[in-house]
Design a protein around this ligand. Structure first.
Ligand code: NOJ
Length: 749
């Protein structure tokens, strides 16, 4: 068939109509179109659509291996990742749509995790804002910038629930709570995908890593996951499901195994749960070379077996492994993989490309004007600053050490993270340019603008044993009347392959901190890190601690806004800070056990406790202080006994008892006192972030629906039981007021 004739057939087939949330009705239309293309494809071309290969980035800009260009040209590489900037993407897309036999456009994926060029706080920090509108907005901006540089697919959101802060990738997620994680995951998907996939400012979301990648044994990355089906359904799976419900168009498999079956060859997970139970109709991509890794996992003897297992389990696209490309043709020839299986996977990918409008305009994200105009705009940077401030969590503030008093004349900014541009980005910072980051020292200088004297010293490195700089740092501190001590981790100490067995302050930073605190100057510690740290000693010594995480491009300005009181901190932890590593995993929604700790005698023998550590963490889930204070009234319930299916309404009055306006994250938890299956001691079921003016009170009302009281029973049915419930409302998961109510037993008919 000549190229012109083909183009004619394809263009008439591909006439694109816009859509928005009409996915299922549009689906069959696109499936028909996809099938028309599939009927023209060779097996190699089909497998090409199931293959994703990387491009590179060198000192001179983007590049790609010549053999990958050849694969694109032969229709054997249907998707590329890590390629961005308009000219580069446009050229690759041109090869795909002009030089291949069937002119099928490429997907261009990239890890746009917390911003593209304008980098926002790391996801765990964003979650600390408890502000889903801000999170959605950050992803919207990320999508605008990514698509302005040619991208159309992000490998995000990462929604792996995590209870072990040793795991470096806790930085990428929303923390330890399923309910909150689900809201945040859905907000991220909506932010990325915007008004619909065909919009030129939308990126296709990819929910990852399916599933339970956040529960590796010992917190060691890529390690074995072994959790019960109930725990999976109750804690881990709902977050991915919420993202599917929010419309996410793709899902990435995880590196780990679950109960002996690696996710990438896990038919139950990928087909029974994701496709059949949840009706997911997008496509499933593996993580980087995950198919190849089925061999060291020990479920495949060779790459052919690995490819067979994964496609038959439900994988549609192979990231970087070349396993599908090399192994599927002989597997089909041998009848070990059906061509129908391949066609189904190709159809899902082509349908997605239709939904994205790529057949209509393959160059929709190749607009040089947008590339110039829509990256790192003042609006994006302004929001990054706001979000960096909004993500901060005030952990301690003895005697109102913060905000920095107006009387301060000389300020010392000390520590290895005081002026470290690259670290501000945090891990997985996409195309973020560290040289454009604002450090804490710069942010403070911008803020004080010469009005007060700012001294600085590094004191020590982040993670070595050299103490030479400590004396100089102490002498600088002695010359100041207020000290800000910037401590924490380097950006590469969290993220992928960055598990830590010990999660205290690295290197000699604690020595530096002790020496500075001993000067008895007013000291505030600002922490930059990507995970909860075990900082019991620091907490005992430092008068004030602000958790700033890695705040991104505008970190320094945002944190300075908080330190100087222009922004009153309102963040709350979404992951428990342990006292020590031995407590891990420690999380708020644990079970009571048959022998719970005796609060009046915490070391009582034959109770579930430690001989050498309290059970309670250093800072609980939901914890965060403000420059003002709030008091909570008792809870008023609409009634105390409810019939099945009636709604429970609970109201509290919260008063701002301090001397400045402030925002409070009011949190609602429940406990089912006697279930058919044991229930956690607390479960988050609602929150409201409210601004309360100083001296004012407001009423906050929550409504609980039957679904909020439901859980997976012995037979895995999802429902609630009659009986007594406790309800808690408070400022964090351990500091709450409480009430109880009863769901009455239904009367026999
Ligand atoms: C491996 C990571 O686990 C995953 O999150 C990421 O999207 C891919 N590499 C691609 O960079």
């Amino acid at each position: 068939m000549t190229r012109n004739l083909l183009t004619f057939i394809l263009t008439s087939l591909f006439f694109f109509q816009g859509y928005e949330n009409r996915v299922s009705s549009d689906l069959s239309k696109y499936e028909d179109k996809a099938d028309s293309i599939i009927s023209l494809m060779t097996l190699e071309e089909k497998i090409g659509q199931l293959s994703l290969f990387t491009s590179d980035w060198s000192a001179t800009g983007p590049s790609i291996r010549n053999d990958y260009i050849d694969l694109i040209r032969q229709g054997k590489a249907g998707n590329i990742f890590n390629a961005y900037t308009v000219d580069f993407v446009k050229e690759l897309q041109r090869i795909a749509v002009e030089e291949t036999r069937l002119h099928i456009p490429l997907l261009f994926g990239y890890d746009v995790i917390h911003g593209h060029r304008t980098i926002f706080p790391v996801p765990l920090a964003q979650a600390s804002s408890w502000d889903t509108a801000a999170i959605r907005k950050a992803e919207r901006i990320a999508a605008i910038e990514a698509t302005a540089e040619g991208l159309n697919w992000t490998f995000a959101p990462m929604v792996d629930l995590a209870r072990d802060p040793r795991w470096g990738r806790v930085m990428e997620g929303a923390g330890e709570d399923t309910w909150l994680g689900s809201l945040i995951g859905a907000a991220r998907v909506k932010g990325f995908q915007g008004s619909g996939l065909s919009d030129k400012r939308s990126v296709l979301a990819c929910v990852k890593h399916f599933a339970a990648y956040g529960a590796p044994q010992g917190g060691r990355d890529y390690h074995t996951v072994d959790i019960s089906e109930r725990s999976l359904y109750e804690w881990y799976l709902p977050v991915y499901n919420a993202c599917i419900d929010a419309g996410a168009g793709s899902v990435m498999t995880s590196f780990n195994e679950i109960a002996g079956i690696p996710s990438t060859s896990n038919r139950w997970l990928l087909t029974d749960v994701l496709r059949d139970e949840w009706n997911f109709n997008g496509f499933i991509v593996t993580d980087y070379t995950s198919i190849n890794e089925l061999i060291p996992h020990g479920v495949a003897a060779n790459l052919a077996e690995a490819a067979e297992l994964s496609i038959n389990a439900g994988v549609d696209m192979d990231m970087q492994g070349s396993a599908f490309l090399d192994e599927l043709p002989p597997l089909v020839a041998a009848g070990r993989v059906s061509e129908k299986k391949i066609d189904d996977a190709v159809r899902r990918i082509l349908v997605t490309k239709f939904r994205m409008g790529l057949f209509d305009d393959p160059y929709k994200n190749c607009d040089k004007e947008r590339e110039k105009q829509e990256i790192m705009t003042p609006e994006h940077l302004g929001f990054a600053r706001e979000f960096a401030a909004r993500s901060c969590v005030l952990l301690k503030n003895e005697k109102n050490t913060l905000p920095v008093p107006g009387t301060v004349r000389t300020l010392a900014v000390i520590g290895p993270l005081a002026d470290s541009k690259a670290d501000m980005l945090g891990s997985w910072s996409a195309a973020g340019d560290w040289s454009k980051c604002v450090t804490l020292l710069e942010g403070i200088n911008n803020k004080v603008n010469g009005r007060i004297k700012v001294l600085s010293a590094k004191g020590c490195n982040i993670n070595d044993s050299n103490t030479d700089g400590i004396n100089n740092a102490v002498s600088i501190a002695l010359r100041a009347d207020f000290v800000i001590l910037a401590l924490g981790e380097s950006r590469d100490m969290s993220g992928e392959a960055a598990s830590r067995a010990k999660i205290g302050l690295p290197g000699v930073q604690m020595e530096l901190a002790s020496a500075i605190i001993r000067t008895e100057k007013p000291v505030t510690v600002v922490l930059f890190n990507g995970r909860p740290l075990a900082i019991e000693e620091l907490n005992a010594l430092a008068p004030a601690i602000l958790e700033a995480w890695f705040g991104g491009t505008q970190a320094g300005n945002g944190v300075a806004d908080v330190l100087f009181g222009d922004v009153n901190p309102s963040g709350k932890l979404t992951m428990t800070f342990p006292r020590n590593e031995g407590q891990i995993p420690v999380f708020y929604n644990s079970k009571n056990t048959g022998r719970p700790i005796n609060p009046d005698n915490p070391y009582e023998k034959y109770r579930s406790n430690y001989l050498d550590s309290p059970n309670d963490p250093l800072y609980p889930f939901g914890f965060g202080l403000s420059y003002t204070s709030f008091s909570y009234s008792g809870i008023t319930l609409n009634k105390n006994e409810f019939h099945q299916n009636e709604q429970v309404t609970a109201t509290v009055e919260i008063t701002n008892t301090g001397d400045r306006d402030g925002e409070e994250v009011v949190q609602l938890y429940i406990r089912d006192l006697a279930g058919e299956v044991t229930r956690p001691v607390k479960e988050l079921k609602g929150f409201k972030k409210v601004l309360i003016e100083k001296g004012m009170s407001i009423g906050v009302t929550f409504t609980l629906s039957p679904a909020d009281l439901s859980y997976y029973h012995q037979d895995m049915s999802f429902s609630f039981d009659p009986g007594e419930f406790e309800l808690y409302i408070g400022t964090n998961s351990s500091d709450c007021v409480s009430a109880s109510f009863v769901i009455s037993t239904p009367q026999p008919p």
